[in-house]
Every structure is written in structure tokens, then in C-alpha cells.
Design a protein around this ligand. Structure first.
Ligand SMILES: [Mn+2]
Length: 196
């Protein structure tokens, strides 16, 4: 089986982003986005998804984190789309529930070819440190649109916002690992329509 890799670069007046992704990795990462909280979350995603991931980003942080976080979602989503190719032989569906102390994160993905995000985080904290947590929803929406994947994210309870989002990104990594993994019983495209 060929190693499924992709490199995507994107440069605008607002951000300059370079992503290097290997789906069949060991969870090795080098992530420098200029946004510490996002670096930490993407390191957890890489580690628990067994994706080898390099991200370097320079964004207009003097404005705020918005463009940088959203655009990283766009480029990382595009890298998954490119690395998956026609999705031959993959499991397609992935699901994971991960606890982080008192918090629970649950992520379900369908590599469907149709972008959709359902996002239900009970924890109402707005900030973790100085990071604006509402940007995480923008990250996942941009990722789902560019990867053309359906993602359902839920955290039904959790007190500490850092714990809540850690559990979500770990579950995201594990669910994407399951969905993108090669299913030996699968012949061709994982769809009765014959295309995704
Ligand atoms: Mn942490």
C-alpha cells in the first residue's frame, strides 16, 4: 500500500500556512501556528490519531486569532482530502469517546464527500488562558468543508475548559484514525453508490 501523504500550502494577505500530513504515521508532529492553545490541541490530534503532522503558520495575530485558526482548518482539511484520494479501501466511519478527568468528548466522523458539522459543547467557558474558545467551532467547520467530511462533536459535560477541548481533540484524532484506516475486507470505494 502506498503511504498516503499530502502537502498543502496556502498564502493570503492574512495568513501563510504550510501543512505536511501522513495518514499512515506514528503520531509524530511539529506544530507552530503562533497560537499556543491550537498548537497543543493539534499535537493531541496528531498523537492520538497516529498522523504525522507538520504545520507552520504565520497569521495576522495583531488583529486576533480568527484568520489563523480558521485558515489552518481550511489547509488541514484540504490535506486530508488530498491524502485520502478516492478513499479506496478505507473504513469511512469513525467514532471515539474520550474522558479527560471530569470532562467527556465524543466525536463521530463519516468520510462521506459531504461537508457537515454538528457542534455541541456544553461547557460555556469563553476563554482558555487568552485563547477565544469560540474559534474551535470555526476550525472544525473549515476542516469539515475542505475535507468534505461529516463531523459530529459533542461534550455533554465538563468543568475545566482545557480538559473539555483536550477530550474533544483526542477523540477527533482517534475517530479520524479509525475512519481513514484501511479496512482489509473493503473492496474499492466505501459506498454503495460507487463514488463518494
Ligand atoms: Mn493540556
Amino acid at each position: 500500500m502506498t503511504t498516503r501523504k499530502a502537502q498543502v500550502k496556502r498564502e493570503t494577505k492574512e495568513t501563510n500556512i504550510d501543512v505536511d500530513l501522513c495518514l499512515d504515521g506514528a503520531g509524530e508532529y511539529s506544530i507552530n501556528t503562533g497560537v499556543g492553545f491550537l498548537d497543543h490541541m493539534l499535537e493531541l490530534f496528531s498523537k492520538h490519531g497516529f498522523f504525522n503532522l507538520k504545520i507552520s503558520a504565520k497569521g495576522d495575530l495583531h488583529v486576533d486569532e480568527h484568520h489563523t485558526v480558521e485558515d489552518i482548518g481550511i489547509v488541514l482539511g484540504g490535506a486530508f482530502k488530498k491524502a485520502l484520494g478516492d478513499c479506496s479501501g478505507i473504513a469511512r466511519y469513525g467514532f471515539s469517546v474520550v474522558p479527560m478527568d471530569e470532562s467527556l468528548g465524543q466525536v463521530t466522523v463519516d468520510i462521506s464527500g459531504r461537508p457537515c458539522l454538528e457542534y455541541r459543547i456544553k461547557c460555556r467557558k469563553r476563554k482558555s488562558g487568552s485563547f477565544d474558545l469560540q474559534m474551535i467551532e470555526e476550525f472544525f467547520r473549515a476542516f469539515a468543508v475542505k475535507a468534505e467530511i461529516t463531523i459530529h462533536i459533542e461534550s455533554p459535560y465538563g468543568v475545566n475548559a482545557h480538559h473539555v477541548y483536550e477530550s474533544v481533540f483526542k477523540a477527533f484524532g482517534r475517530a479520524m484514525d479509525i475512519a481513514t484506516s484501511i479496512e482489509p475486507r473493503r473492496k474499492g470505494i466505501p459506498s454503495s453508490k460507487g463514488i463518494l
